[in-house]
Design a protein around this ligand. Sequence first.
Ligand code: BGC
Length: 378
Amino acid sequence: MTTTKFVAGLAAATALALSLTACGGGGRAAGGAAETPAAGTNKGALVGVAMPTKTSERWIDDGNNVKAKLEALGYKVDLQYANDKVPDQQQQIESMLNNGAKALIVASIDGTALTQQLKDAAGDGVKVIAYDRLINGSPNVDYYVTFDNQKVGVQQGTSLLQGLGILDASGKDAGAKGTKNIELFAGSPDDNNAQFFYNGAMSVLQPYIDKGTLKVVSGQTSFTQVATQQWKQETAQARMETILNGFYAKGNTKLDGVLSPYDGLSRGILNATKSAAIPNPIVTGQDAEKPSDKLILDGVQYSTVFKDTRKLGDTAATMVDDVLNGKTPEVNDTTTYNNKVKVVPAYLHESVIVTKDNLIKEVVDTGYYTKDGVEKGE
Ligand code: BGC
């Protein structure tokens, strides 16, 4: 090699090294694990918050809460919604990394679709918190904050049984005679939570199906048969209409109850029963969304499961603050959430069954929504 070539090569190598160092300071670095930062060093850093959709009220509240809390802790926030489209969410996360985010809070659309983005994040030393929904199949998820999802399902099943008079208010068997006809709905198969909710609900419903107190008239009981892609209200409505036409149209079979895992689906189900002029069956839900709160107060939807997402937002923001400043976040579950690569340490919050009887106490008196909001449903 000539001296000129050697010097030129050296210069190029130096330039490359310098540019990589510069990248590491703000934008993307080319791999290599980052050291744990010392206390206080990341205050003011950018945090990416990836939310799934604006079609449901809860995710709008989640995004706003997380952003406000992070800003109060001194961080800059890039909050993005992906309109339930996986490629949009992947691209949003890539752009957060390119903009130099030091931590990500991610409520995934498809829990298995972010492996490459999270690999890039880990290469940059970016910490990742899975928010409400577990991210599956990736080693690069540091913590998970959620509710006790199995228990949410148990609460949905329990409130269906209570609404049907099979269990009393304290949850004891009420000795009901006869058979109640029900139908079952589950959430989106790409959302890890959906299976947890369904399994939790079936753990309390199955014994009553087995002894004939409950009958699923359509016979559709497997998760695949009852799942609702993307948690779409119109999909649940269409399935309910098909079931009503196929199994209840003759008028001699009464639909008594429907297991629904989310308020949006519950409203679709109730639209279908209303157009078929079927008296309101007992329908469950989740999220205490305002339009469903109104239906509950009006005696149309029977119940929902209230999850105070302010607590979720607070925990997520505190976890970010901890991981960015050399502290270990508090967790209360280190066994349940195996994402098929590792068990992700989690913090689980508690949820509550809400009916007409305690809606004001749980949702309004706690300051979550105003009385006017739940009464008007908007
Ligand atoms: C959340 C539920 C929500 C559902 C649909 C789930 O992952 O845990 O609270 O009802 O998504 O948005």
